[in-house]
Ligand binder design. Structure first.
Ligand SMILES: *[C@@H]1O[C@H](CO)[C@@H](O)[C@H](O)[C@H]1NC(C)=O
Ligand SMILES: *[C@@H]1O[C@H](CO)[C@@H](O)[C@H](O)[C@H]1NC(C)=O
Ligand SMILES: *[C@@H]1O[C@H](CO)[C@@H](O)[C@H](O)[C@H]1NC(C)=O
Ligand SMILES: *[C@@H]1O[C@H](CO)[C@@H](O)[C@H](O)[C@H]1NC(C)=O
Length: 579
């Protein structure tokens, strides 16, 4: 008899864990590309939700009903809230601001419950968080990108909560920023509807019914945190369970129903797979969505009996702009549930990171962590797209998150598969650490190829750009990268020597295995002039004119990171603000 696949994958995980603990250097390593570094052993709160702002600080929060965190509120401040279920007087923080450059953090104050909520960044760069649980169901909380140190708030800015600003309870809802800068907020537990924020009239308490969420509901509720992507035609692609529709939210009309993702297995919370809108080509005429992982129907119920089914090993990829779209199924090297999918700035790779190989999302609902990220290269030939990367030794299970940083690393945090913070006598203790996964392109062996943007300065403030205008970028290329990718990131429309491309990335609000608002556009490089050339082989300094997206349906207004990419190696990014 063959051993069941679950045992095989468990064995593999054990080998990886041992390799990491025993042989690899402290900073990670092992087989496969990329490396891991622990940035902080504890930031005091568990990174359930993460958002990078344009001040290179990451806003992190978990939930107020976890019990006391390991981070005190400053100045003896306490939260006194009779509606709080666990600690009516809590003098600890449930949110923190992490400063990437200095690798430091400070406590922030959320006063009502942010558990399993959602968010977008408004066009002015303010994080707008929506919903939560209990006393936080319908609240909206705003967090500005404060400068710290020398601005007038002295870096002490904090959350600003507005009570009952939403029309419906939003617990496990998804947000997508719209071309007009508002947030589209959809679903949540027992919410088969959507709404917008901000509202033209603050007293507007209307939520618009979305029967699709009733149709995709199953007994395990495997359609929470639906995957939402803004299509290039301005409509919203919404995926729930194993089905997808295209919603014209202006007319409240389903304009398209996609075929079911084969197999029928659910892909949304608690059977949490993940999803991305794949990188958009310059002036795009097509858009593709990728959905990976998840858990078979019945998995969630089985975890109650401590039976952990192997997670789904398949991905589905679909051209959502096609006249007759069809899902194409691909197989990952290993099964994964609760993975995060992060678009890397080279426009050529998607990191599938965090999560487990069995079980589902939920308390105590998985047993085999997926320690090794997998790279997906969308432009490679089918069958040659996935590659397993080097493994961490820290389990990132339920309530973990990942986001892209401007320096090209992926910041990873969180994991708390327990109902409260629990650091002892449990197999996978609550994780308060932050780690960085540095993809292979950051290896020092690539330093000789790494492009560098010199103007605007990566250390400077965000550059303002307008739709359809061009932006001037000066950059240096130490040597031209060999063309490794068949038709990957290097197709930016004829950059320096036809090899350098430019990408523009919207930072995501990541929680529960979905990076909301994540978006990557390859930009047209209209003209490249050599400022000086140091060697014959194209090395030197260049000035390029880069065409910004023509309209807000391609890139909603707000802050983006712009990268120059040499072959598949991205520069450090610069912040731009488009409106
Ligand atoms: C958090 O604080 C508790 C109680 O003081 C302690 O036992 C635990 O080790 C701390 N955990 C981390 C990760 O710092
Ligand atoms: C907090 O938000 C409210 C409502 O949006 C706004 O009127 C107020 O000015 C904000 N306060 C601060 C300190 O930003
Ligand atoms: C899961 O459990 C619920 C509640 O006990 C039950 O209603 C449902 O039928 C079960 N679903 C599956 C897929 O087993
Ligand atoms: C942590 O988990 C252990 C083992 O299940 C349990 O005995 C303990 O009560 C838990 N502690 C908390 C604070 O939940």
């Amino acid at each position: 008899m063959k051993p069941p696949p679950a045992l095989l994958t468990r064995g593999l995980a054990l080998v990886l864990a041992l390799a990491c603990a025993g042989i690899a250097p402290a900073s990670g390593g092992g087989a496969g590309g990329g490396r891991w570094d622990v940035l902080q052993r504890s930031i005091g709160v568990s990174a359930m939700h993460m958002q990078l702002l344009h001040n290179d600080r990451v806003i992190i929060f978990d939930r107020t009903d976890f019990g006391p965190s390991n981070l005190s509120l400053p100045d003896g401040r306490c939260r006194r809230n009779p509606r709080e279920r666990v600690l009516p007087v809590d003098c600890t923080a449930h949110s923190a601001e992490y400063d990437v450059a200095s690798n430091t953090f400070r406590p922030l104050s959320v006063f009502t419950d942010t558990w399993c909520s959602s968010g977008t960044v408004a066009p002015d760069g303010t994080l707008v968080q929506t919903g939560g649980w209990n006393d936080g169901y319908r609240n909206v909380r705003a967090m500005r990108a404060c400068d710290g140190g020398d601005d007038d708030d002295g870096g002490s800015c904090d959350w600003n909560e507005t009570q009952d600003a939403l029309a419906a309870n939003r617990w496990y809802a998804t947000n997508q920023v719209l071309p007009d800068g508002r947030a589209f907020i959809v679903g949540g537990r027992r919410q088969f509807n959507y709404e917008f924020f901000p509202k033209a009239d603050a007293s507007d308490a209307s939520a618009i019914a979305l029967p699709f969420l009733v149709q995709t509901r199953d007994p395990e509720e495997n359609n929470l945190y639906p995957f939402v992507h803004l299509n290039i035609d301005g409509n919203l692609f919404i995926f729930a369970k194993n089905r997808a529709v295209l919603l014209d939210y202006r007319k409240n009309k389903i304009v398209r129903t996609y075929p079911e993702l084969a197999g029928g297995d659910p892909r949304n919370y608690p059977s949490s797979g993940s999803s991305v809108l794949l990188p958009l080509k310059p002036s795009p005429t097509e858009a593709e969505v990728l959905v990976c992982g998840g858990a078979p129907a019945g998995s969630y119920n089985s975890t109650k009996e401590k039976t952990f089914f192997p997670a789904l090993v398949t991905c589905g990829r679909i051209k959502i702009t096609d006249a007759s779209p069809a899902w194409v199924i691909e197989r990952m090297p290993s099964p994964r549930v609760m993975g995060d999918m992060i678009l890397l700035p080279n426009g050529a790779e998607v990191a599938i990171i965090n999560g487990a190989m069995d079980g589902t999302a939920g308390w105590e609902a998985a047993s085999t962590p997926a320690y090794a990220p997998v790279m997906y290269r969308p432009d490679h030939a089918p069958g040659d797209r996935f590659e397993e990367q080097s493994a961490t030794d820290i389990a990132r299970l339920y309530h973990s998150a990942a986001i892209l940083l401007r320096d090209g690393r992926v910041l990873v945090g969180g994991s708390n598969p327990h109902i409260y913070y629990n650091f002892s006598n449990v197999r996978y203790p609550t994780e308060l650490s932050l780690e960085a996964f540095s993809p292979e392109y950051l290896d020092s062996s690539n330093d000789a190829l790494r492009p560098k943007i010199t103007d605007p300065s990566p250390a400077g403030p965000a550059v303002s750009v307008k739709y359809g205008q061009s932006m001037t970028l000066q950059f240096e290329v130490p040597a031209v990268a060999p063309r490794r990718r068949p038709r990957g990131g290097g197709e930016g429309g004829g950059g320096a020597l036809g090899l350098v491309s430019v990408t523009m990335v919207a930072p995501s609000f990541t929680t529960h295995s979905f990076a909301m608002n994540q978006r990557l556009l390859l930009l047209d490089v209209a003209g490249t002039t050599a400022l000086h050339s140091t060697a014959g082989a194209g090395a030197g300094a260049y000035e390029a004119s880069v065409a910004m997206p023509a309209k807000a349906v391609l890139a909603p207004p707000g802050y983006y990171m712009v990268f120059v990419v040499n072959g598949h190696i991205p520069s450090e990014g610069v912040w731009v603000h488009i409106e």
